[in-house]
Design a protein around this ligand. Structure first.
Ligand code: T46
Length: 136
């Protein structure tokens, strides 16, 4: 799987700023894939770690709707850490990238837009299997 952390992107989500509060919107063409699923993580204890896996085909965009959290990303050779803390920024994660998410602030909400419906067979949950997958 020839993807690397260089394929990760921060997507600007358009927003309308207003003294009454801001309004951000996600519509066609803002996300580089068709959205087939939306889910979100909430009430996450600050000590919890989510993720710890990669996907074979799934594209996802993560948005910190509220609060903040850190996303550690690995492509088998290089790694990076991205802090998400703005509701108008989305992190595009392409297939073949190992992700671990932690350091959730109190009350944080992680919204995820996904290119596919849930499919456990798309997950690689063992890091040694991930390294083998990256060599294929
Ligand atoms: C990812 C990070 C950001 C479902 O039934 N439907 C779903 O759409 C999802 C995502 C999960 N599940 C079930 C599967 C497990 O029994 O919910 C349980 C927890 O899933 P998981 O341990 O994979 O959760 P996270 O937070 O570690 O990972 C999730 C996504 O699975 C993953 O794709 O990138 O959020």
């Amino acid at each position: 799987m020839i993807t690397s952390i260089k394929n990760l992107e921060i997507i600007d989500i358009p927003k309308v700023q207003d003294p009454r509060g801001n309004l951000a919107f996600i519509e066609k063409d803002i996300i580089p894939f068709h959205i087939n699923r939306v889910y979100y993580l909430y009430d996450v204890p600050s000590s919890a770690h989510r993720g710890g896996h990669a996907h074979k085909k799934l594209y996802q965009v993560l948005v910190a709707l509220s609060g903040s959290f850190e996303v550690h990303l690995k492509d088998g050779e290089n790694e990076t850490k991205i802090t998400l803390n703005k509701p108008d920024k989305g992190l595009l994660i392409v297939p073949g990238i190992w992700r671990e998410i932690g350091n959730f602030s109190s009350g944080s909400v992680c919204l995820v837009l996904a290119s596919e419906e849930y499919d456990e067979s798309d997950y690689i949950r063992d890091y040694e299997d991930f390294k083998l997958f990256k060599r294929t």
